[in-house]
Design a protein around this ligand. Structure first.
Ligand code: PEP
Ligand code: MN
Length: 366
């Protein structure tokens, strides 16, 4: 190598480092500006300011770069700074993995949900209908090693004349059945006014798909002191769903579990479309545990096993499924709930028969 080139290259290397150090200094200042803009609710993008800076630079340009080259170089610098400010914006979200790198594990009655723990199974009837009905399901599920019982006392029904749930009486029945069989009780809360009663009786509050956008309810549930299962809205984007979770976290509740329950699409052969990509995505973007509801998504008993496998393969931390002693006469979702025999077959066909702890056979021992 020619000595002159070597010497000049050395000088270039020095200048590179000098430029980097000045650019980093500039970026730090841009970040500080970004923080103030965020605080004031201002946009990070200010085209007038950008234009003014470019004009100043072009006016000061003495070559050898052309004005166009100078503009192009600095536009890159501006863009990199803006990206930095936007990243900073994102990291203020409590749901984001940028804020909280490790998986959140929500523990319900000693059952860990999320992280590296084995997938959980939440099962039970769509609605709590009577002491007998719930007692039978609770005894059966407990005998199979299920630890979390679901059951609605307040039911969000499309038809106002259909069964709306037993309300407060349903909450009492749910608590009693769970206490009798050592189960944790998961139930939906529909109205902010019912949060205290639901939190008193249940171990986990569920915010249903139809209420995902009910910010008043979310704020109240955030203050309930109970873990929350947040269902994705029927037509909610992933961002809207995560923002709803953000309401819960920013309201003071860190025990939030997301639940993908199928979204509305043009498809008619299934009740909803289980969005498996959403499961994978929220696992990447957030640190929260994620469930798949295989009953309300497909809406078909013959899809429960494949949807379970798909959901777990996509990274779900557990499954929610509806089980009823006699689905044909169920007061809600009677086409989708499965009976005890079908539930046993479901356990066999999925990994759950191995995961759920055996030895709870009192149903058959009795
Ligand atoms: C439910 O789980 O009982 C229910 C009503 O589900 P979703 O809110 O997902 O429709
Ligand atoms: Mn249902």
């Amino acid at each position: 190598m020619d000595e002159r080139i070597t010497a000049l290259r050395e000088r270039i290397d020095e200048l590179n480092l000098e430029l980097l150090s000045r650019l980093s200094e500039r970026a730090t200042i841009a970040e500080a500006i970004g923080r103030v803009q965020t605080e004031l609710g201002l946009s990070h993008y200010d085209p007038v300011r950008e234009q003014a800076m470019l004009e100043t630079l072009v006016a000061a340009n003495r070559g050898p770069f052309t004005d166009a080259a100078v503009k192009s170089l600095f536009k890159q610098v501006f863009q990199a700074s803006m990206q930095l400010e936007q990243e900073q914006d994102k990291s203020r979200y409590l749901t984001s993995r940028r804020t909280h790198r490790s998986d959140t594990v929500v523990s319900v009655d000693g059952v860990p949900i999320g992280g590296d723990h084995s997938p959980v199974l939440i099962a039970g009837p769509c609605a709590i209908e009577s002491r007998e009905q719930l007692g039978a399901v609770a005894a059966f599920l407990a005998s199979r090693g299920v630890r979390l019982l679901r059951g609605g006392a307040f039911k969000p029904r499309t038809d106002p004349y259909s069964f709306q749930g037993l309300g407060l009486e349903g909450l009492r029945l749910g608590r009693d059945a769970c206490d009798a069989h050592g189960l944790a009780f998961v139930t939906e809360v529909m109205d902010a006014a019912d949060v205290p009663a639901c939190a008193e009786h249940a171990d986990v509050l569920q915010v249903g798909a139809r209420n995902m956008h009910n910010f008043t309810l979310l704020r109240k549930v955030a203050q309930s002191g109970r873990p929350v299962i947040l269902k994705r809205g029927l037509a909610a984007t992933i961002e809207e769903w995560v923002m709803a979770a953000e309401y819960l976290l920013s309201g003071g509740n860190t025990e939030v579990i997301l639940c993908e329950r199928g979204i509305r699409t043009f498809e008619r052969f299934t009740r909803n479309t289980l969005d498996v990509s959403a499961v994978a995505l929220v696992k990447l973007e957030t640190h929260l545990p994620v469930l798949v509801d295989v009953t309300h998504s497909g809406g078909r008993p013959d899809l429960l096993v494949p949807l379970t496998k798909a959901g777990l393969a996509a990274g779900a931390d557990g499954v929610m499924i509806e089980v009823h002693p006699n689905p044909a006469v169920a007061l809600s979702d009677n086409k989708q709930q499965i009976d005890f025999e079908a539930f046993d077959a479901y356990l066999e066909a999925t990994m759950y028969h191995e995961l759920l702890s055996p030895g709870r056979t009192e149903l058959y021992g009795a």
